[in-house]
Design a protein around this ligand. Structure first.
Ligand SMILES: Cc1cc2nc3c(=O)[nH]c(=O)nc-3n(C[C@H](O)[C@H](O)[C@H](O)COP(=O)(O)OP(=O)(O)OC[C@H]3O[C@@H](n4cnc5c(N)ncnc54)[C@H](O)[C@@H]3O)c2cc1C
Length: 257
């Protein structure tokens, strides 16, 4: 299927979503499962906009990545609560099963991954995923879609997270790595507290950590990078300086100064 056909299949529109599940994912974040009967499906990496309307008509909308990537009408999101945020505290603390939301999507053309199809050729480049914080959500969708598809492309995920308690999709990532027929290697970089016996002290991703925990430029990986803006900008600069082809780097910024 050509890219243009896929865009036509997954054309963005407004939909009414009903919350069918809301469970804590980590301290400060919540997994939301939405039932959207009119959803056209989406590729891994896509996002949607949620629009909230107050009783006085005031509206606010924010983008959220879709953790699920299938031709299904149940969508999984994970929302991290920003203490002084306008929308995320409502989604994390107030939203209840049965509530309805306006959602617009699926959105995103550049930051998408789908299993190789016949037209893609036999030899695809390896895929390096790099995420920080809630930036893991679209990358998880890609890793899970890769594992489920039986695709043999090499995948490697570098996940920067403050401590083990704040890992999103802990169980699902381990399962995806186990059942993936092709390689799916996961590197956790703990920034504040590492598990007992972890081989390295906690610390931020640095140029050296990046180089030692990612597919080298010589293998010409396609790179998907997602997280807070400063993280994405710093890591993209290091990747390019290390010799990665800028055309192979796809980045999504989640905001933040
Ligand atoms: C394509 C896309 C996909 C996204 N997917 C997700 C997702 O899956 N899960 C998720 O939790 N969020 C995701 N976000 C971020 C989300 O859209 C909101 O920005 C976030 O929930 C904050 O909204 P708010 O209304 O609570 O805060 P706001 O009222 O918008 O912002 C409050 C303050 O926090 C800063 N800020 C905003 N976002 C961040 C951030 N991520 N980190 C640090 N500071 C920030 C703002 O600059 C502002 O100063 C995504 C963003 C984009 C663009």
């Amino acid at each position: 299927m050509k890219v243009t056909d896929r865009i036509a299949v997954h054309r963005a529109a407004w939909h009414t979503a009903t919350v069918v599940e809301t469970v804590p994912e980590t301290p400060g974040s919540r997994r939301l499962v939405l039932d959207v009967p009119t959803w056209p499906g989406n590729d891994a990496g896509a996002h949607l906009d949620i629009r909230l309307t107050a009783p006085d008509g005031y509206q606010a909308s924010r983008a959220y990545s879709i953790a699920s990537a299938v031709e299904a009408t149940r969508l999984t999101l994970v929302v991290d609560r920003l203490e002084y945020g306008e929308v995320s505290p409502f989604l994390v603390d107030e939203l209840r099963v049965g509530d309805q939301l306006e959602v617009h999507g699926p959105l995103g053309r550049f930051f998408l991954w789908h299993p190789p199809t016949e037209g893609d050729g036999a030899q695809l480049p390896p895929v390096q995923l790099i995420g920080a914080g809630s930036g893991i959500v679209p990358l998880f969708a890609m890793a899970a879609a890769h594992a489920a598809s039986g695709d043999m492309t090499r995948f490697r995920l570098l996940y920067s997270v403050r401590d083990p308690e704040h890992v999103f999709f802990r169980k699902e990532l381990a399962e995806a790595a186990k059942r993936c027929p092709g390689p799916l290697e996961i590197d956790f970089i703990y920034t504040r507290e590492a598990p007992d016996g972890w081989p390295t002290a906690p610390g931020r991703v640095t140029r050296d950590v990046l180089a030692s925990h990612s597919i080298p430029p010589s293998e010409m990986p396609r790179i998907y990078l997602c997280g807070p803006t400063p993280f994405v900008e710093m890591v993209s600069m290091w990747l390019v300086e290390a010799g990665h082809d800028p055309a192979q780097i796809r980045a999504e910024r989640f905001g933040g100064a």
